[in-house]
Design a protein around this ligand. Structure first.
Ligand SMILES: NC(=O)c1ccc[n+]([C@@H]2O[C@H](COP(=O)([O-])OP(=O)(O)OC[C@H]3O[C@@H](n4cnc5c(N)ncnc54)[C@H](OP(=O)(O)O)[C@@H]3O)[C@@H](O)[C@H]2O)c1
Length: 496
């Protein structure tokens, strides 16, 4: 990453919120400490809470868990300012503009919208009314957190509204999974290694799986989650973006435009498998259980969740890609809350060799499996069969691993640092674009119709399991889910 030398003001709407505290403020401080953001950087935090400038700096310092005397903090704190106000009120933007102009800084402007999605339209409208969508002496961009709509229609409507204020090339929509190191590494791994790229097709691959599960429940997000559910909250965005990056065709060149094109073409060729007139999609809702030896309450026992809720907290889908490369390869996707492990990984199961001479030895000959671990403990793991050392000609399966965490100085960059850096540097490669997001909603639409069906009821599953039994039945007879292996790249369990 190169230092960003031009003057930059980040307007962070929702600076007191959960995401700002967990990720955004930390990422900005990291970039500052690494001298990527320089002294001509300004952060203007915006929320309704009342703070004096000193109180705001102290709020950020406590959030960053930093001592007053820390030299980096002392320098960084000079760049921090706060404007209080309701962003649905145009007056707030007049106040922001007045405050900013009073500081006489001229340069690039980044509007980072990390507040309630219901406010997005009002925010961009007020930016337009105050003519803040262009800076007279630099660029202006909009950085927007997911979700981008709740279905195809609302996502189109949101895009239409954003485009009344900003040009598409000014808008950066965040799906932070695309900025995760292993997801980016897919490009290098696939297209810089002849060995794997030539095998990346239906001739050599038996099935593809994505497991993206969490051990945590809904925390304090009951109102949001009960209206949203697993399909919209996680599956439509994170799971599909990982899938598109894994299966897309080779981009013509290493540019954002070419990579985004291939991702969205893949999504447009993706279909949910149908068997005997039934879509292969199953939904679950967690009941009480035990996770990592701690008791976990059921979904309906969570605070502020009605006992009659039929919101799905887990989803499993079989799908297929209608393309020469992938026709006939089943793709299995599963996501859920309060599941056995907190892990996200993409698993490629290769076909077994035609020659089965080792079956004469008895026992099984497991297929080659390639796992791209997205989190935690990122890495790439390839499992293959070798001769067991000894006098007999027996087989054993061994892993070959590239684990980021085994390297002290792995250079691993936190996703939010990467996203901020890329947005500031005008590189949209790892951001989904409007049409790409619409493609993912098109794929999800049949699932939303199932969820709205008059007889819809999610199947119960025990907290700490891998979901309801239908998730296992989803797989064709000769296939099983490849369980994430805690010993590979050493998964550290999350506490619940
Ligand atoms: N939290 C996560 O882990 C996470 C992960 C991925 C994406 N996201 C997305 O990030 C966005 C923010 O989520 P969050 O969890 O941080 O939400 P949150 O904790 O509810 O924070 C909302 C922020 O917006 C401010 N706000 C609310 N209404 C406002 C108004 N009318 N005018 C001005 N400020 C207002 C709040 O401060 P005041 O109440 O003081 O005004 C607060 O700073 C959402 O789009 C969410 O989907 C969140």
């Amino acid at each position: 990453m190169h230092p960003i030398s031009q003057p930059l003001t980040v307007f962070l709407i929702g600076v007191t919120g959960d995401l700002s505290k967990k990720k955004i403020l930390k990422a900005l401080f990291e970039l500052y400490k690494q001298q990527i953001l320089e002294n001509n950087f300004t952060l203007i935090g915006i929320a309704r809470k009342t703070f004096s400038q000193e109180e705001f700096r102290d709020f950020v310092r406590v959030t960053l868990n930093t001592d007053v005397g820390n030299a980096d903090w002392q320098a960084f704190s000079q760049s921090l300012f706060y404007v209080s106000g309701d962003v649905s009120d145009q007056q707030t933007f007049k106040n922001i503009n007045k405050f900013h102009n009073g500081r006489k800084t001229c340069g690039n402007h980044l509007w980072y919208v990390a507040t309630l999605p219901s406010l997005y339209t009002e925010v961009v409208k007020n930016i337009r009314l105050e003519k803040l969508q262009d800076s007279s002496c630099g660029w202006t961009k909009l950085l927007l957190e997911k979700p981008f709509g709740t279905d195809l229609e609302s996502s189109r409507q949101l895009n239409k509204e954003l485009l009344q204020t900003f040009r598409e090339d000014q808008i950066y929509r965040i799906d932070h999974f695309l900025a995760k190191e292993t997801v980016q590494n897919l490009l290098a791994f696939r297209f810089a290694n002849g060995l794997f790229e030539t095998m990346w097709n239906a001739k050599h691959i038996d099935n593809i799986q994505i497991t993206a599960t969490e051990t945590m429940g809904i925390g304090e997000r009951a109102a949001f989650y009960d209206q949203t559910g697993a399909t919209r909250d996680y599956f439509q965005n994170h799971v599909l973006q990982m899938l598109a990056t894994t299966l897309m065709e080779e981009p013509e060149h290493l540019s954002a435009e070419a990579v985004r094109l291939k991702r969205r073409q893949l999504l447009s060729n993706l279909h949910i498998t149908e068997k005997n007139g039934r879509l292969q999609a199953f939904f679950g809702q967690y009941e009480s259980g035990t996770i990592n030896d701690s008791p976990a309450a059921g979904y309906k026992q969570e605070a502020n969740i009605p006992g009659s809720s039929i919101t799905e907290t887990a989803i499993a889908v079989e799908c297929e890609v209608d393309s020469e490369r992938w026709r006939g390869v089943p793709i299995y996707l599963r996501h859920g809350k309060r599941m056995r492990q907190a892990v996200s990984e993409i698993t490629i199961v290769f076909k077994e060799p035609k020659n089965q001479m080792f079956s004469e030895l008895g026992g099984t000959q497991p297929p080659n499996v390639l796992t791209l671990r997205i989190q935690p403990n990122e890495g790439i793991i390839f499992r293959f069969n070798v001769k067991k050392p000894g006098l007999k000609l027996d087989l054993q399966t061994v892993p070959m691993q590239f684990c980021y965490n085994s390297n002290q100085d792995s250079g691993l960059v936190e996703a939010y640092e990467k996203l901020l850096y890329d947005a500031i540097s005008s590189d949209p490669m790892f951001f989904p674009e409007a049409v790409g997001i619409e493609e993912s909603w098109k794929f999800v639409e049949p699932l939303l119709r199932l969820l709205k069906g008059p007889t819809f009821m999610p199947e119960p599953y025990t907290a700490g399991s891998w979901g309801p039994s239908s998730f296992d039945e989803l797989l064709q007879k000769d296939k099983t889910w490849i369980e994430p292996n805690p010993d590979l790249c050493q998964i550290i369990y999350e506490t619940t």
